[in-house]
Design a protein around this ligand. Structure first.
Ligand SMILES: [Zn+2]
Length: 233
C-alpha cells in the first residue's frame, strides 16, 4: 500500500511544473465509507513563475478525491527534495506539507489527524511515515483550532471499519512477505543478504502503516511481525 503510494507520487512528480525546478509529487489513497470503494489520486505542484499562483500537489490530490465523493483520505504519499519549512523553520529528512497545505488539510473533513503522511526523497531512499497529527506537532500546532477535523465520532466509526479492511490486507501482505522470505532462505542461489533485507524492509513499511492505523497490536499482525523478525539475514 505504502510502496504503491510512493511509486504513484514519484510518477506524479514528473508532471510538476515549477519555474525553479522544485518538483513535488503526491498520491493520495482515498476511501468512500459508504461504498467501500478505494482510489488513488495523483497530483503535482504547479508554479509557472515567481509571481504565478502556486498550487501544491497535496491540495490537488485531496480536492480531486473530494470532488469524486471520497470522504476519507487514508494516506498521502509525497515525493520531493526536502527543504526548510517556510512557516515553522523545521528541516526534516523528507518534505512534509507546507503551512498553507497543513491548514487546507485540516479544514477538509475527509482528512483525519490519523491519516498517514508518508514522505520520501525523489529516489525513495529515505522514507518517513507519520500521522497527520504528528506532522502538525512537528511544525508546532496541534490542530485544535480546527474542531471540524477528523477525530469526530462519525470518523472514528469509519476508521474502525477501515482498520478491519486494512488488517485483512496487511495480514495478506505479511503472509506473502513471510512466504517470500521462506523461499529466499531455502534457495541459496537467490538468497542474497540484500534480497532478504529488501523483503524485510518492504514488510516493515507495511507494519508502519499498521501502527499508523492502530492495528499494530492485533494478535495476528503481531504474530506475523514476530515471525519476520525471527528470520535473520
Ligand atoms: Zn503546500
Amino acid at each position: 500500500m505504502l510502496s504503491q503510494l510512493f511509486e504513484e507520487a514519484k510518477v506524479a512528480r514528473e508532471y510538476a511544473v515549477s519555474y525553479r525546478d522544485f518538483r513535488v509529487g503526491c498520491a493520495g489513497l482515498a476511501y468512500n465509507t459508504e461504498t467501500g470503494k478505494w482510489e488513488i489520486f495523483r497530483g503535482a505542484n504547479l508554479k509557472v513563475s515567481r509571481n504565478g499562483r502556486p498550487v501544491c500537489a497535496e491540495s490537488i490530490v485531496v480536492q480531486a478525491a473530494r470532488a469524486r465523493g471520497y470522504n476519507l483520505i487514508i494516506g498521502l504519499g509525497i515525493v520531493a527534495e526536502t527543504q526548510r519549512d517556510d512557516d515553522s523553520g523545521v528541516v526534516l529528512d523528507t518534505l512534509t506539507p507546507c503551512a498553507e497545505c497543513r491548514e487546507t488539510l485540516l479544514a477538509i473533513p475527509a482528512m483525519s489527524l490519523r491519516s498517514l503522511i508518508a514522505t520520501a526523497t525523489p529516489d525513495l531512499s529515505t522514507q518517513e511515515v507519520r500521522s497527520f497529527g504528528e506532522v502538525l506537532k512537528i511544525h508546532g500546532s496541534d490542530g485544535r483550532s480546527y474542531p471540524q477535523t477528523a477525530d469526530s465520532p462519525m470518523l472514528a466509526g469509519d476508521l474502525d471499519r477501515l482498520r478491519a479492511i486494512a488488517r485483512v490486507r496487511l495480514v495478506n501482505l505479511l503472509e506473502v512477505a513471510n512466504d517470500l522470505l521462506g523461499v529466499l532462505l531455502r534457495d541459496s542461489e537467490t538468497a542474497t543478504k540484500e534480497k532478504i533485507e529488501q523483503c524485510r524492509r518492504n514488510a516493515e513499511k507495511e507494519i508502519a502503516i499498521a501502527r499508523g492505523l492502530g492495528i499494530g497490536n492485533d494478535p495476528v499482525v503481531e504474530k506475523l511481525i514476530r515471525r519476520l523478525h525471527l528470520v535473520k539475514p
